[in-house]
Design a protein around this ligand. Structure first.
Ligand code: NAD
Length: 473
């Protein structure tokens, strides 16, 4: 058993004021692995007061001091990278090999900003004015659970780089990675009160932060429905709310695409992390003339996805919780009920699964874009294949979604691939299987959010703009 029972407030591991707790469940076994403290709004008040006090001095630090601090955190994080990967696997069942990669992505967030910070234009001259960019103040950081290492760091790194102080409320089903992360911050020498962490439920701690008069910005990543609630809770205090929300991203496989590469992008994109990826290409748009060939290739690739204990070398572990497993089952049933063709997978657990919340890698073909499984985010290992007749139609289907987080285009003619990418209403478009680029902004159009994370774009979100008019001389 590993318990996570103390907040980190004002530079110290702190007992909660209330006595609420919740069990922590290992999704690979369904068994209890520890106990998590559930804080109260009184704990939030203590953390907000500490962050406000620390802001007075931390906001005045030099760019060099902050760049050095980010580099120190990156070094400490690197030292603890294996602990972080193991914590991610224990939290949500990500296979260890993939958890190691996501833990490294967390280091990347600190490195990227440590390098970019010295050249950032915090002050510019325009007309008779000096335009200054200043830290916005106390930030409430509310990440989801699906890539916890990356999602905590992509919020904390830019806030520290900007000169802000902060309160992190980690996702309640990823507490082990939060504990390791706070230990890294402490060991790296972040000044007292600059970084605070309050454990507990989103509906209690997250809501208290969103409403809090001492919080100047809420950086939220999660579902669109909770994002809307956060925005409403924050409205009375007119604080800035930056949101990274859900997705239902389209992957257009053009008629002349290299199918081997496009199918690999499609299958890896959906099945990695058991389909619990906000930017997963869950709507695969395929040319009708090549439908049978592509469906057959996708079936072969998906049937080769190994599912099992995430501490063994498998491609896929469980989904993160019992609730998530039932959600996935409901969507698979909806696909069957609404007449999509089940290509492989389906309801229930994969053959040989013992305990835990394992779902079957599932593919539906002949999906139409009005079906529930094409419109709603499933957050599970379920691919939907939608056939199109013309490229024009493919672009229209891709854009016909309330979401606009990511998109993917595969094709043989670079000019056509770029043209299609330009017409897609999504915050990030990956061409021909391009890997992630952490220096590029990440965030969504439409109901996928209104903010950006990663690199300079994440830093911009944490800054206020002040115009100093005239020279006073
Ligand atoms: P969620 O919305 O249930 O929870 C997200 C966070 O909000 C958690 O920390 C939770 O405790 C907290 N929360 C819950 N209720 C709250 C409230 N009333 N006020 C404030 N905070 C509250 O989402 P989840 O299940 O943790 O994550 C999955 C969702 O996140 C998916 O929709 C996925 O697409 C989205 N996501 C988006 C991105 C992106 O960058 N756009 C990245 C990852 C995940």
């Amino acid at each position: 058993m590993r318990d996570v029972l103390r907040h980190y407030i004002d530079g110290a591991w702190t007992e909660p004021l209330g006595d609420g707790t919740a069990p922590i469940t290992n999704p690979a076994t369904g068994e209890t692995s520890g106990v998590l403290a559930l804080g109260t709004s009184a704990d939030v008040d203590r953390a907000a007061a500490a962050a406000r006090r620390a802001f007075a001095t931390y906001s005045q630090t030099s760019v060099t001091e902050r760049a050095d601090l980010l580099a120190a955190i990156a070094a400490e994080y690197e030292r603890r990278a294996e602990d972080m990967a193991l914590a991610v696997t224990a939290d949500i069942g990500t296979p260890l090999a993939i958890a190691r990669i996501t833990a490294q992505a967390g280091v990347g967030q600190f490195r990227e900003l440590a390098e970019a910070l010295p050249a950032y234009p915090f002050e510019e001259h325009r007309g008779r004015s000096t335009v200054r960019k200043e830290p916005i103040g106390v930030c409430a950081l509310i990440p989801p659970w699906n890539y916890p290492a990356l999602q905590m760091t992509e919020k904390v790194a830019p806030a520290l780089a900007a000169g802000c102080t902060m309160i992190l409320k980690p996702a309640e089903i990823a507490p082990y990675s939060a504990q390791v992360f706070a230990e890294i911050i402490e060991a790296a020498g972040v000044p007292q009160g600059v970084f605070n962490m309050v454990l507990g439920k989103g509906s209690v701690i997250g809501a208290a932060l969103s409403k809090h008069p001492e919080v100047d910005l809420v950086s939220f990543t999660g579902s669109t429905s909770v994002g809307v609630q956060v925005q409403k809770d924050a409205a009375d205090t007119v604080k800035r709310v930056t949101q990274e929300l859900g997705g239902k991203s389209a992957h257009i496989i053009l008629p002349d695409a290299d199918l081997t590469s496009a199918v690999a992008t499609a299958v890896t994109g959906v099945m990695t992390n058991s389909g619990q990826t906000c930017a997963a290409p869950t709507r695969t748009l395929i040319p009708r003339a090549r439908r049978d060939e592509i469906v057959s290739m996708i079936r072969t690739a998906v049937d080769a996805v190994t599912v099992g204990d995430p501490l063994t070398p498998v491609a896929m572990g469980p989904v993160a919780s019992e609730q998530q497993w039932h959600t996935v089952q409901r969507y698979i049933q909806a696909g069957l009920d609404e007449g999509a063709t089940l290509v492989t997978g389906g309801l229930g657990q994969p053959e040989g699964a013992k305990g835990g919340w394992f779902a079957r890698p599932t593919v539906f073909a002949d999906v139409t874009n009005d079906m529930t499984i094409a419109r709603e985010e499933i957050f599970g290992p379920v691919m939907t294949l939608i056939s199109y007749d013309t490229v024009e139609e493919a672009v229209a289907i891709a854009n016909d979604s309330p979401y606009g987080l990511a998109a993917y285009v595969d094709g043989g003619d670079p000019a056509q691939v770029r043209d299609v990418a330009a017409r897609l209403r999504a915050g990030q478009v990956a061409l021909n299987g391009a890997p992630l680029d952490q220096s590029a902004p990440f965030g969504g159009y439409k109901q996928s959010g209104n903010g950006r994370v990663w690199g300079i774009a994440g830093l911009d979100e944490c800054l206020e703009i002040k115009a100093v008019v005239g020279s006073a001389s």
